[in-house]
Design a protein around this ligand. Structure first.
Ligand SMILES: O=C(O)CCC(=O)C(=O)O
Ligand SMILES: [Fe+2]
Length: 291
């Protein structure tokens, strides 16, 4: 018998998956996709034509699906590929979940129109950044292939005016506190949602490490002695939400949970607020129309 489809998500159903101890609001949804879907997505991404790949200054590879932004933050849209819209129908599932997180479940007002794929080899990360005002402050990241720890950072002076847009991996105009505000463990197949001030007033990043070490509390972190070159121990805000008993038992143990990072691929689903009508063709015609 085929598995019955999961119930339509609602804000109430999402509440238990809210990550406490972080600025509002972040959600962690374990096992958002199956292992078969994870394999298929990894294969589709790996099999993408070579020109789809871009490489950042730090060597991380990425792909944009759904189009890219102009310098002024307008999406030049392209259709999303079938492996995101038809089978598996991940984009629609993320849409429904983001609708629920926004409290507008069932009304389908959002619509993911861009999916950013990041591929992290062990030791690669992404420096603290904001995704910026071009996107609706409600984004979801699906993790594939390997685990990682995402850090939330805050500005030292939150009252200072925000620069219009901070490019990923780019220079940041305001001082960032040296110690991250919190950490989140992202296990494969999980979906992590950032919204509200967690999105618009804070930064997120991934430290360039080849392994992670997660301990149960600050006392365990203070008592831990890391070896030469080893990752410092961190306490993660979503330890209770992982839905992975062995990992949770290891985190609760005296030694904590240590994991080498493998290659992790993430898909970040976003909604660019401004989109060029007619896509790239509108540019060719020279008449730039905004929706
Ligand atoms: O890989 C991730 O989890 C985060 C990616 C991200 O923040 C970005 O590409 O803007
Ligand atoms: Fe980001």
């Amino acid at each position: 018998m085929p598995p019955s489809p999961p119930p339509e998500p609602t804000l109430d159903a999402l509440k238990p998956m809210k990550v406490e101890g972080l600025p509002p609001a972040a959600y962690y949804i374990p096992n958002f996709i199956t292992e078969e879907e994870e394999e298929l997505l990894l294969r589709k991404i790996a099999d993408s034509p070579q020109p789809k790949w871009r490489t950042t200054a730090t060597g991380r590879r990425l792909q944009y699906w759904g189009g890219t932004l102009t310098k002024s933050g307008v999406l030049v849209p392209e259709p999303l590929p079938e492996w995101l819209t038809a089978y598996p129908d991940i984009a629609a599932r993320v849409d429904r979940l983001l609708d629920a997180a926004a409290g507008v479940e069932g009304r389908h007002v959002l619509g993911v129109n861009q999916v950013l794929v990041n591929e992290y080899a062990p030791g690669q990360g992404i420096s603290p950044h904001e995704d910026g005002p071009a996107f609706r402050p409600l984004v979801a990241t699906l993790s594939l292939g390997s685990s990682s720890v995402l850090d939330l950072h805050h500005y030292i002076s939150p009252s200072a005016p925000s620069p219009p847009m901070i490019p990923a991996d780019g220079a940041v105009g305001r001082a960032i506190a040296a110690v991250p505000l919190g950490h989140v463990l992202l296990l494969p197949r999980s979906l992590f949602v950032l919204s509200g001030s967690a999105y618009s007033a804070h930064l997120h990043g991934i430290a360039p490490r080849s392994a992670d070490w997660v301990v149960r509390d600050e006392a365990a972190a203070a008592a831990a002695v890391e070896g030469e070159g080893e990752a410092p121990p961190v306490v993660v805000a979503n330890a209770g939400l992982l839905a992975d008993a062995p990992v949770q038992a290891a985190i609760a143990s005296d030694a904590g949970w240590r994991a080498e990072r493998g290659t992790r691929v993430s898909l970040t689903f976003r909604h660019a607020e401004k989109s060029l009508k007619g896509g790239a063709f509108a540019m060719v015609g020279g008449r730039m129309q905004r929706s």
